[in-house]
Design a binder for this molecule. Structure first.
Ligand SMILES: [Zn+2]
Length: 380
């Protein structure tokens, strides 16, 4: 792995990361394909057409349904889903804590029930690394606990300490797995995750500790889980300076275009979020003039594309009126076209962000982009 900062503009960084599955240009938005597919009937060929660099899949979901062992037998997730560019897998931790009602957290890991069939499952740092190794993703995430944004200080401190102990185990296990001859991707990378809810001092201490572990990248986790946007920006202002600048900085699960623009300004260069896909499936599309809901009757006879000048497969050929009709008629194509447009919008925005940083005009770009989105008839 080689991560190189190419340009800086203020705290915003424009970097290049070489991996076993190709080079990633950052800042980058990773497109979320939970179970190895982007929801909305979008194929990996489509992803190439809309400029996706990194696909993200969820370890927990792939483990409970179809199973990572089967995927390993098939040669790994890249072969299974027909995608030759980088894949990041999460650790499963977030889903274990958010999806399973019954769970017991112990030092060794977490006991929980599958949300699909209720069967008992145990997942700890070693299991998470093993599953991600079976999937053969480019980047694996460390197994952590994401404490609630309203958890007590005492709980958060104890949880973060355990997350640090888990990270040590993750690193050792990944080293072992990467040394085995039958491992799918022996160059699998490991990102650690900063936690600490809304307690800046706990987060800073944790950031210092994990920064010394020489990991391949560092994520800020546990944000966008109920705190305000201002709290999120304040935490980034506090924590990012304590993470190694010469490593990728990933803000997990974030967010709106405005959140991304603000976080890039604070030194973050990896993002992922379900908003563009989820909103697209519900007829909400992103444009440079704000978000629009196609079900609004004013689009009934509107011959324009979703966004004029957009080069996505939906805008190149179809009108707002037609796509609105598809939603009304409950035709899957409506969802598909809106998801393609939204992901293209995000991917294109990242391209603009990279260009703005290269030309040292990020502040102007950010202000203009935010003003445009806020000035629209339907706001974000
Ligand atoms: Zn479009």
């Amino acid at each position: 792995m080689e991560y190189k900062i190419l340009y800086k503009d203020g705290r915003a960084k424009r970097a290049e990361m070489k991996t076993a599955h190709g080079t990633i240009q950052t800042p980058v938005f990773m497109n979320v394909g939970t179970v190895g597919a982007i929801k909305g009937a979008v194929s990996t060929d489509d992803l190439k057409e809309i400029g996706t660099q990194v696909e993200l899949s969820n370890t927990y979901h792939l483990h409970v349904r179809t199973g990572d062992k089967l995927i390993k037998q098939f040669g790994g997730l890249h072969k299974f889903m027909h995608w030759d560019r980088p894949i990041l897998t999460d650790s499963g931790g977030f889903q274990v804590f958010s999806l399973s009602g019954l769970r017991k957290i112990k030092e060794e890991g977490v006991y929980f029930n599958s949300h699909i069939d209720g069967r008992k499952i145990f997942m700890g740092p070693e299991e998470s690394m093993q599953i991600q190794s079976n999937l053969g993703s480019t980047i694996a995430m460390a197994f952590d606990e994401c404490p609630s944004s309203v958890a007590s200080r005492e709980y958060v401190q104890a949880s973060v300490d355990r997350t640090t102990r888990w990270l040590v185990r993750c690193k050792e296990e990944m080293k072992r797995l990467n040394s085995l001859p039958d491992t799918v991707n022996r160059e699998q990378l490991l990102f650690g995750i900063n936690q600490g809810a809304v307690y800046d001092d706990i987060r800073i201490e944790h950031a210092k500790t994990i920064s010394e572990m020489d990991l391949d990248g560092y994520a800020v986790g546990g944000l966008a889980v109920g705190e305000t946007h201002d709290e999120m920006y304040r935490i980034l202002d506090s924590v990012v300076p304590y993470l190694p600048e010469d490593k990728p900085t990933y803000l997990m699960g974030v967010g709106t275009p405005a959140n991304i623009l603000e976080a890039v300004d604070r030194g973050v260069d990896f993002f992922d979020c379900v908003y563009p896909t989820r909103n697209g499936r519900h007829s909400h599309v992103y444009t440079n003039h704000g978000k629009m809901n196609l079900l609004n009757s004013k689009y009934e006879l509107d011959p324009r594309p979703l966004e004029e000048g957009c080069g996505c497969p939906a805008c190149r050929s179809y009108s707002r009126a037609y796509i609105r009709h598809l939603f009304k008629a409950k035709e899957m194509l409506g969802m598909r076209l809106c998801v393609l447009h939204n992901l293209y919008f995000y991917n294109k925005m990242m391209e603009e962000i990279r260009d703005a940083i290269e030309h040292h005009r990020y502040a102007e770009y950010k202000a203009a982009k935010l003003a445009g989105m806020m000035a629209g008839e339907e706001q974000n």
